[in-house]
Ligand binder design. Sequence first.
Ligand code: PSU
Ligand code: MN
Length: 301
Amino acid sequence: MIEVRVSDEVRAAIESGRPVVGLESTLISHGLPRPRNLEVAHRLEAVVRDGGAVPATVGIIAGQPVVGLDAGELRALAMTDGVRKCSRRDIALAVARREYGATTVAGTLVLLAAGGVRILATGGIGGVHRGAEQTFDISADLVELARTQAIVVCAGAKAILDLPRTLEILETAGVPILGWRTDELPTFYASNSGLPVTARVESAQDVAAVARAAWDLGTSAGLLVGVPPPPGTTLETEAVERAVADALAGAERRGISGAAVTPFLLGAIAEATGGESVAANLALLENNAQVAAEIAVALAS
Ligand code: PSU
Ligand code: MN
């Protein structure tokens, strides 16, 4: 079992059955530009608190996995170079070498499970990359969702991915996608993908009931909640598609592969949209954190 340091506040909340919401840190270290990334990290925690839950941002500090980073630790992950992007496979490396690590959705799920937290908010999950039939680039987020009893609240999967194939893998893995007051999978920059969710949910109680039923059944998989980005913050689909196509071509030209692909594409799209994608990203992150808090409160009651 991995030794996870759970902060006093998070531990107290878990022990007394109060709601906790996990937050990942890769989006802070590798997904957003400085110094906005640190502001966002604090803002997401504040949103969770306003929603009546305790935030537990996850990361690895000098080799120590932590559930519930403090302000200094958040700053270190946001502002330091050379932070390792940690999916499940990378955690042991960061621990053994006493490194700083930012956890992806997959890495965060591993550490939250060790710490006893069952709900996580993020922006968009990783998924099947376009061209995966050639590259086999499929995010470990999907594998971890398939084997962790947790709720992941997100704005769907990002338009940089192959969304239909991502849905197919989730179906194979036994992970339902609950559409938050929507019938369609959100695509991060847009609320409509034309792709159906498994079921529509109208409330946090609704989500909590499905999760309890899944866990009571002993199913090992997680649940995904897809929350449409807030109105007025979405980007025009055609502009996104152009930016994605250019970013993908750029990645190929430069021979970028593996864990570097997602951060590269996000950076290229931010540049191509003049930072509009970053603004959209922030809006939906807050929105997702708020919905996750609501669900955590429903789960705890
Ligand atoms: N989506 C974003 N920003 C991000 C990520 C996803 O909008 O920074 C990060 C998440 O941490 C996610 C990870 O878990 O990218 C997936 O990376 P990969 O495709 O290498 O598994
Ligand atoms: Mn990958």
